[in-house]
Design a protein around this ligand. Structure first.
Ligand code: GRF
Length: 217
């Protein structure tokens, strides 16, 4: 079966990109990364991609006259590489509605909270301040509204009483690295289809169940 062609958009260290690179290295994984695009020339994720012999492209906002031209360049890069699913992995620019609409149901994001709780930035600080006991991470289809869209998979992560935003962030990141490849696998297998505002799941694996319950880890 042909593998689903992924384009990964990054802005920084690219640890989620790495989890996708590692998953794609397995011969039976149903997807492959055909392009990594960064809007920052110094993003460490670009090195990770090069080490895995994946083509990279830098598309910086400052190189374009306006946002529409920048979005067009981003779109062209993805289309010319034959990308079928765009994965946002720490891409720190808000995408414009036209881009999101163009890639409707072909654009996914990972967010370090249990959406729809804690959208936006500085999540772990806000989670600790709110006294939340269970947090987590979410992979979702992207809609024009920030951190909104049908949820594909989530993992629950306990908040410890002595957590700092950094320690909590590290624990959540471990789960992010499990759910992102799993979400891609489900989509590539045709088992996570958006149906209106929700995703119909065609499969629930042992991994899936263990991600939901942090005690079963
Ligand atoms: C992750 O926490 C992800 O959930 C958020 O941005 C961060 C990116 O980290 N969207 P990395 O670049 O993948 O290491």
């Amino acid at each position: 079966m042909a593998k689903l062609k992924l384009g990964v958009l990054i802005s920084g260290r690219g640890s989620n990109l790495q989890s996708l690179i590692d998953a794609c290295a397995a011969p039976d994984f149903p997807a492959e990364i055909v392009l990594v695009v960064s809007n920052k020339a110094d993003a460490y994720g670009l090195e990770r991609a090069s080490q895995a012999a994946i083509p990279t492209k830098v598309v910086e906002k400052t190189d374009y006259q306006n946002r529409d031209d920048f979005d067009a360049a981003l779109n062209d890069a993805l289309e010319s590489a034959g990308v079928e699913l765009v994965c946002l992995a720490g891409f720190m620019l808000l995408l414009q509605d036209a881009f999101v609409t163009k890639w409707h149901n072909k654009l996914i994001n990972i967010h370090p909270s249990l959406l729809p709780a804690f959208r936006g930035l500085h999540i772990h600080e806000r989670v600790i301040e709110a006294g939340v006991r269970i947090t987590g991470c979410t992979v979702h289809y992207v809609r024009p509204e920030v951190d909104d869209g049908p949820i594909i998979i989530q993992a629950a992560v306990p908040v410890h009483p002595d957590d700092t935003p950094d320690t909590l962030g590290e624990r959540v990141l471990e789960s992010e690295h499990k759910i992102y490849p799993e979400a891609v696998r489900l989509i590539a297998m045709g088992k996570a289809k958006p149906d209106g505002d929700v995703v119909t799941l065609g499969e629930k694996t042992e991994l899936f169940e263990s991600l939901i319950n942090p005690i079963v880890k």
